[in-house]
Design a binder for this molecule. Structure first.
Ligand SMILES: [Zn+2]
Length: 472
């Protein structure tokens, strides 16, 4: 490894140890960017105009605020630092909004809007999701600039403020501004590492499709003594319909909801992956698709989940046949599946088995598509080698995250190879009270990102360009 590369990473560590990253993060956490709370609209804009905008300007970026194509949705920050069109261009993505603070529920009276340290933990809303993560990445750019005097590549930043409400307008923005967002690769950070001590790359995300099953048979309830045996019970029909779709061991029985065969490169990448976490629940051995390893079950396959089921009044049951039953279900699915085919497939399945009375309705939430870059893609080898050079160990490579991200905007709309380098970990309490970032993971993440950006700027290091021809 070159001496100057090592010096850049050592400089980043010293900068971190001096408390500068923590100070930046504390200021950012202090801006209450709850996107689910309509009263925070001005704070969402302020995060871009008063905090991140000036910070990237100091890194030599030109910045613009992009209005959201969806009326009422928050604007996005686009910023660009161009050094030379012949150099590689990276697109960096992040989100500055957070979920609700749940201010009263944090342990020990902590405020979600200040960063409090406890041992290795930095508590605060957004420390993990996503302010801490994009703060690390922007800091790494600053470290490379300080060490090299230039990046050695072109950088673009897209920061949205609506990720926690389903990224309204992100896809349309990518479609409409594809030329401005043109790059060779997306490098971004969100979500958890496989484990806190294992640097991780993920290359896409599973998709998510939520839907309701409804059996609505009659107006009101009827006494179960006088009518039991005479009237169809919607709860029983719904339970049987679900049982026809997924068996008692979690195997999906609807052909159109099952994953395609797992590609060999994906199996190879997953061979050394053990999902789960030290204090998390024990993984059930006999659940899901038979013959798959736990890693293949969560990262390489689809899952059908019953999230809620209701008939009658579960809190106060009465002796009556309920008129109605409904369940809320979800399919988490891998690349190669198109959610648009799910409802027709379920309709055919249910009709064939005599469940014509079971209605299938898409939920209100916007479905998320599945994406996955091939683990054998040159950008994956490049990123993996860079991380190994920094940390001394090969990172875990997840073909996709088990959860969902708006990665289809980048992978499908912009056609970019997508490299995600998460700086959080599974027990970070993301979206809950006591969200936190681990300082040692943040410090290591800063080193990893400094190494990645250093390498990106080394002549001849980045994979050769295979850009699509510009639109005519
Ligand atoms: Zn989130």
């Amino acid at each position: 490894m070159s001496e100057s590369r090592n010096a850049a990473i050592a400089g980043a560590a010293a900068w971190f140890d001096a408390g500068v990253l923590l100070a930046d993060l504390r200021r950012r956490v202090g801006i209450r960017t709850e996107s689910q709370n309509s009263e925070r609209a001005a704070e969402l804009v302020r995060y871009l105009t008063e905090e991140i905008g000036p910070a990237v300007e100091r890194l030599g970026f030109r910045r613009t605020l992009w209005a959201n194509p969806v009326a009422g949705a928050p604007p996005m920050l686009f910023a660009e630092r161009s050094e030379d069109p012949s150099l590689p261009t990276v697109l960096i993505y992040g989100h500055g909004d957070v979920v609700a603070g749940h201010d009263s529920q944090w342990t020990g009276g902590r405020s979600p809007w200040d960063v409090t340290e406890a041992g290795d933990r930095w508590y605060g809303r957004g420390t993990a999701d996503n302010k801490g993560q994009h703060t690390i990445n922007l800091a790494a750019l600053g470290q490379v600039l300080a060490a090299r005097g230039r990046l050695g590549f072109n950088a673009k930043l897209l920061l949205e403020m609506g990720e926690e409400v389903g990224s309204p307008g992100l896809r349309r923005t990518c479609e409409a501004r594809a030329e401005s967002l043109r790059a060779d690769v997306l490098i971004a950070s969100d979500g958890p590492r496989l484990r806190s001590d294992r640097p991780t790359l993920f290359l896409g995300s599973r998709g998510a499709f939520n839907f309701d099953l409804v059996v609505d048979l009659r107006e009101g309830a009827h006494h179960s003594g006088n009518w039991g045996g005479l009237l169809v019970n919607p709860g029983v029909v719904l339970a049987n319909a679900i049982a026809s779709m997924i068996d008692a061991r979690g195997r999906i029985l609807v052909a159109g909801l099952r994953a395609p065969p797992i590609p060999r490169s994906v199996r190879r990448a997953l061979a050394d992956i053990e999902p789960g976490e030290p204090n998390g629940p024990a993984i059930d051995a006999n659940w899901g698709e038979p013959g798959l390893t736990p890693a293949e079950r969560v990262f390489g396959w689809n899952a059908l989940e019953v999230l809620a089921f209701r008939t009658g009044n579960p809190d106060r049951p009465v002796n009556a046949i309920p008129p109605r039953a409904n369940a809320h279900l979800q399919v988490r699915f891998v690349a190669g599946c198109d959610w648009r085919t799910f409802i027709p497939a379920m309709r055919t399945h249910l009709d064939l088995l005599g469940f014509a009375r079971v209605q299938v309705r898409p939920a209100d939430d916007e479905p998320m598509a599945a994406t996955r870059l091939d683990p054998d893609h040159p950008w994956v080898h490049w990123a993996s080698a860079s991380i190994a050079a920094t940390t001394g160990a090969r990172p875990a490579i997840l073909p996709n995250l088990g959860g969902s991200l708006p990665n289809d905007c980048f992978a499908d709309v912009l056609g970019l190879p997508t490299i995600w380098v998460p700086h959080s970990y599974p027990a970070c309490s993301q979206h809950a009270p006591d969200e936190h970032l681990l300082a040692r993971v943040a410090r290591e993440g800063l080193g990893i990102m400094t190494g990645l950006f250093w390498d990106l700027g080394e002549p001849g290091s980045a994979p050769a360009r295979e850009r699509a021809a510009p639109p005519a």
